[in-house]
Design a protein around this ligand. Structure first.
Ligand code: FAD
Length: 317
């Protein structure tokens, strides 16, 4: 794949993913990270949600902080596994009432060792059902806006519209670990589209071709919404091992060897940043509608990737 095309600064949207802090010191550091990220002009910043609601209040705190201190749209990850419909509706209401208008609707992972169909998996069996529920709750919760249309003599024409919610969903270019076939992953995405999702964000992957061929299959099957590639700069061998364990992705052997043989942390960081930058450039050249960067609560690496890919001005210092 060619990497020759030179993207224009600012034309391709990008976004970041953060996780809620686990201590007061981490919260203070995260606020500084959010300010730095916001100044780069992301389309949105998403905040993960702990399995079974374990981070409900800390996720909401980060989202509220983004709302209050920046002009960036905060996106709330929500999972539904283990919840009743009533609990999930209550949660969605709480986030809407806090001002959140963008969601990443996820089913979430069942507890370790749990089989499909067990009672404690909850009422909502898939992310698509959560998408529908978000639309239903939003319809009750977010008021109509009425604008008078000028220029019609003798008539008072009113345009009625509801504030839009953005509902993103997960997509898996190399297949979800529980999926039985590649077509099941596409069918799941079609179900999410039918339920009203209007964006997808992919699981991380290491080769642009994996994303680009997935997009082709998704489009052929009728998936129409934008699918943002999720990019993770992998800056240490330990991080690579951990994310492969969590995502079920195959080991990218070349990157793994480079990280293992490099003795310094700084050198490893450079390798990870360069790999993510090359990937970002190939994805943009291949027509990706934007980039979503898994940031691990640090701004410097992801900003270096965006600068290397030509999406923002180089970061000084
Ligand atoms: P779904 O899309 O509903 O299903 C995922 C796959 O499983 C599909 O391929 C589907 O075909 C298959 N599947 C579903 N049901 C069955 C079944 N009964 N039998 C066989 N196969 C089935 N997790 C968190 O806990 N918190 C987060 O903040 C979080 N953020 C994420 C962000 C992104 C961008 C991504 C890609 C993942 C994230 N996850 C997060 C992980 C996510 O919760 C897991 O992937 C989870 O296993 C499935 O959620 P889903 O929304 O993909 O489910």
């Amino acid at each position: 794949m060619s990497t020759t095309s030179e993207p224009d600064c600012g034309r391709i949207p990008f976004s970041f993913e953060l996780y809620p802090p686990r201590s007061d010191a981490a919260a203070t550091a995260l606020h500084a990270t959010i300010a730095t990220m916001a100044s780069a002009g992301p389309d949105f910043i998403s905040v993960t949600y702990g399995a079974n609601g374990s981070s409900r209040s800390s996720s909401l705190e980060v989202l509220t902080h983004i709302l209050k201190t920046t002009t960036v749209d905060p996106m709330a990850h929500l999972t539904c596994v283990g919840s009743s419909s009533l609990e999930a509706s209550r949660l969605i209401r709480e986030f809407l009432d806090a001002g959140v208008r963008s969601f990443l609707a996820l089913r979430g992972d069942p507890p370790e060792g749990a089989g499909e169909g067990e009672a404690f998996l909850g009422d909502l069996g898939s992310a698509a059902e959560l998408v529908q529920l978000i639309h239903r709750v939003q319809a009750e919760r977010v008021p109509y806006r009425e604008t008078v249309i000028p220029g019609i003599p003798g008539a008072r024409a009113v345009k009625t519209e509801r504030e839009k919610v953005r509902i993103a969903v997960a997509a898996f270019p190399n297949g979800h670990p529980r999926s039985r076939s590649t077509s099941q992953d596409i069918d799941t995405l079609l179900a999410k589209q039918a339920a009203g999702a209007n964006l997808a964000i992919t699981q991380l992957f290491f080769h642009a071709d994996h994303y680009l061929s997935f997009i082709q299959r998704a489009r052929t099957a009728g998936v129409e919404f934008p699918i943002l590639p999720g990019i993770m700069p992998v800056t240490s061998p330990a991080r690579l091992r951990r994310i492969l364990e969590l995502s079920g992705e195959e080991l990218p052997s070349e990157l793994a060897i480079q990280l293992e043989v490099e003795p310094t942390r700084e050198g490893q960081r450079e390798i990870g940043t360069r790999h993510a930058t090359d990937l970002a450039r190939e994805l943009i050249a291949g027509g990706a509608p934007g980039l979503h960067l898994y940031a691990f609560n640090q701004a410097d690496t992801v900003l270096a990737v965006l600068a290397g890919a030509g999406l923002i001005k180089p970061v000084l210092g």
